[in-house]
Design a protein around this ligand. Structure first.
Ligand code: PEP
Ligand code: MN
Length: 264
């Protein structure tokens, strides 16, 4: 699979810097919240604005996303800030609505990557588009399942493909929300050296204080990008409150990462 070349192409097509930085809230909550965060990120290193519209909650009874109305807010954020937009899709209807609203990057969430049926439906619905598709690792540390999802999209002729490492669920209590198991994404990269690899330190750590260190490890391992959940009032976020950082903190993190890298 000759994806590295294709990655370079799609990053270059958009004039995106390396590493690619994707930032924005776990969930779109209100139009004001989306626009406020997007404007605070406008002049940061983040070139892609993320927000979940349909939220796959593990247990019922929690906030499950604002739904399609949020796509209009993403579109407005793009118009007002010039950032690209990204959201999670979990079925062909999501794909169609996201395309209609000009979302640039679609990602498949950890709870969807586990299902070959869902991945295949999404892949089929994407055929003929030139969207960027990023595949999060499955919730469980199952490399073939992750590879299989990538292969299904590749077979559907999706050229602008990448993967997101968001850590793996474990029954044991650890300092992480989802243990990184760095050897899995590294193994995936060994198998498909051309596939861009993005780290999601927010879902790996589950705690904002640990986000910086995981970003640094990912950059030290030559990851192609970072996806960091960012909210202007993290403690009151409607989902994943403990792990989100403010836009100001993200800007600081990016500065400190650069300084450390330059001093290496
Ligand atoms: C998210 O990005 O907010 C999300 C739900 O992620 P994951 O699929 O990694 O749990
Ligand atoms: Mn989240």
């Amino acid at each position: 699979m000759d994806n590295k070349k294709e990655l370079r192409n799609w990053l270059d097509d958009f004039g995106l810097p390396h590493p690619l930085v994707i930032a924005g809230p776990c969930s779109a909550e209100t139009e004001d919240q989306v626009l406020n965060i997007a404007h605070q990120l406008k002049d940061s290193d983040a070139t892609v604005f993320r927000a979940g519209i349909w939220k796959p909650r593990t247990r019922p009874g929690m906030f499950e996303g604002v739904g399609a109305i949020g796509l209009k807010w993403l579109q407005k954020a793009k118009e007002e800030t010039g950032m690209l937009t990204a959201t999670e899709v979990a079925n062909p209807t999501h794909v169609q609505l996201a395309i209609e609203h000009d979302v640039d990057i679609l990602w498949i969430g950890a709870r969807s990557t586990v299902s070959p049926f869902i991945v295949q439906e999404i892949a089929d619905s994407l055929q003929g588009t030139d969207k960027v598709v990023l595949v999060k690792n499955p919730v469980n540390p199952d490399l073939p399942l992750w590879l299989g999802a990538v292969e299904r999209l590749h077979k559907a002729d999706i050229k602008k493909l990448g993967v997101i490492h968001r850590g793996f669920s474990t029954y044991e209590k650890t300092k992480y929300r989802n243990i990184p198991e760095w050897q899995l994404p590294i193994e995936l990269q060994n198998r498909f050296p051309d596939l861009p690899l993005i780290c999601d330190p927010s879902h790996i750590t589950g705690k904002r204080d640990m986000v910086f260190d995981v970003c640094q490890t990912a950059l030290d391992l030559n990851y192609d990008g970072l996806m960091v959940e960012t909210h202007f009032d993290p403690d009151n976020a409607w989902s994943d409150a403990a792990q989100q950082v403010t836009p100001a903190t993200l800007i600081q993190i990016m500065q400190d990462l650069r300084i450390r890298k330059e001093n290496d």
